[in-house]
Design a protein around this ligand. Sequence first.
Ligand code: NDP
Ligand code: HSE
Length: 412
Amino acid sequence: MKKIAVLGCGTVGSGVVEVFYKNRASIERKAGCELDIKYIYVRRPHPEIAYQDKLCFNFDTIANDPEINIVVEVMGGVDPAYRFVKTCLENGKSVATANKELIAKNGAELLSIAKQHHVNILFEASVGGGIPIIRPLHQCLGANEIDDIQGILNGTTNFILTKMIREGMSFSDALALAQQLGYAEADPTSDVEGIDACRKICILASLAYGRHVYPEYVHCEGITKLTAEDVEYAKDWGGVIKLIAKASRDPQTQKISMLVAPMFVPFESQLSSVDDVFNGILVDGDATGEVLFYGKGAGKLPTASAVMSDVIDCAKAADTIDTLYWEDSDNNFVEDWRTQPMQSYLRLQLQYRQQTALINELFDTPVLLARKSQPETEIAFITPPLTPLQLDELLSRLSDEGISVLGSVFLA
Ligand code: NDP
Ligand code: HSE
């Protein structure tokens, strides 16, 4: 019998306990051994938890219990999660975690500690909620060089955008609903400012390219500045706005380009129809071509499913799974995003209509977009490919003429 401790019993933790006891027989069959949850670690009384006899208020009890083989970390945040996970690995216990903040910050170190102690740290739930993506990337796609990964990696923002666009719901109502449904982070700023998606694309890039990519090196924008007008212009252009996270590698230089930002996605792209809490991740392997991973990106049971898959693998593994690994790095292989040319949508407020001539001159007669009730002095268009540095220069020239930016979104 292998014994499990669950650290934290919120949305995901309660889902893990529920899925384990609901599907215990088949989980044990797949793990090849008997399993049970011995402790549920909480920091305060939780009378709603059905298994009161398993509640434990002292982490040291778990850390020092030789019967505990597998620890599920679903508290979130870096402190005390980092200390707890490190202690468990050092004490010879494998860890399954859904904590992308922890893995994006300390993944290289924790993977190395796990290896030294012949145990595992697995984190399938940290990216894409219930979608299998970590395991496919280092196992099923192991024969490929990964040229490009791009996707919708945050369920909360995709849910908010869908509710705003389809149902005309306000941003704050849609966010409140996402929180009620258990999709959002404890601090939803991480969701709406793109930070959560950034942590996830860093985990995928670290795994695909073998070196730790730290979130501080990745430019990241959220969805808070988007307006209904931007959505209308996107439709006229022939697409939708999605929060996209991207990583790609130049095969010549081996340098990687990373970006997290709202983007215009054309209707022809498979990502354009990924709605609600669903995530979609396109992985381009040199042997497979594009592979799409699609499913629920957040929520109690989908996430618990991914965590339990890790528990099963931890129970089965005789040693560290060595394909799940990346080295620490100084990130000098991440390109400066400001030097990468990209097309953008721009919506500008002119002082007077004749300033259109200046726009035509600076942006090489761009294709204009239109919307209902468009004021005379509002202009929207797609720029030619420009680096963010070049775009900033042009916008500063426009500002000198009294022209201000109302909206700006990259093209995917
Ligand atoms: P919740 O806030 O619902 O649950 C976290 C639980 O951990 C709470 O019950 C909280 O206790 C407990 N906790 C937090 N800090 C401590 C601590 N220091 N000591 C003891 N207990 C603590 O979060 P989620 O379940 O939504 O998320 C958990 C993790 O899973 C996070 O890393 C998140 O990013 C990740 N994740 C979440 C998904 C989702 O859909 N929700 C999907 C994929 C990953 P208390 O009740 O006392 O506050
Ligand atoms: N807050 C995250 C999201 C949870 O909305 O995608 C899943 O990682």
